[in-house]
Design a protein around this ligand. Structure first.
Ligand code: SF4
Length: 163
């Protein structure tokens, strides 16, 4: 076990992955609204031991009620439109929406057009767009960190109001 952890540290040093000295956190609830699973694969890699997005304060929430941001992949299908809105409405405010991948952005789509409700932006207010088919784990981490910065700015602003 310790050998594996040492090896992991060595690999991180080798590829130059170090925490950039930022603070804060962002809990993300992911919803697959009609993806081919390619975006999910890269998202898994982003939170896996190689890229380890958790070291930046990013985490995956099990419920939208515990999430700061909703991360949506895939062109939204007609069947997923309502569950997606329900997930969004269950989140505490302030909340952020991140569209993951070209399908979610409306740049491409999978399946039968008659069964698609449209890109995420047609249903929810999107704050961060992460293009790519699929986006690379680095691009996903960058988009999530952008949302984290936005949320931190909003929280600081709210705190100033209390003063
Ligand atoms: S953007 Fe590409 S990888 Fe992601 S769901 Fe669409 S087709 Fe699949």
């Amino acid at each position: 076990m310790f050998v594996l952890l040492r090896e992991l540290q060595r690999l991180r040093r080798q590829i130059g992955l170090r925490p950039p000295g930022r603070s804060g956190s962002l809990a993300v609830r992911h919803v697959d609204a009609g993806s081919c699973n390619g975006c999910e694969h890269e998202l898994g890699a982003c939170f896996g031991p190689h890229y380890d997005a958790g070291r930046f304060g990013l985490s995956v929430a099990a419920s939208p009620r515990h999430a700061d941001a909703l991360l949506v992949s895939g062109t939204v299908t007609t069947r997923m439109a309502s569950p997606l809105r329900t997930a969004y409405e269950s989140m505490p405010e302030p909340r952020w929406v991140i569209a993951l991948g070209d399908c979610a952005l409306g740049l491409t789509f999978l399946g039968d057009e008659t069964e698609l409700a449209g890109p995420v932006e047609t249903l929810l207010p999107v704050d961060v767009f992460i293009p790519g088919c699929p986006p690379q784990p680095e691009a996903i981490a960058k988009g999530l960190l952008e949302a984290m910065d936005q949320s931190r700015g909003a929280k600081l602003g709210r705190r100033r109001l209390h003063l």
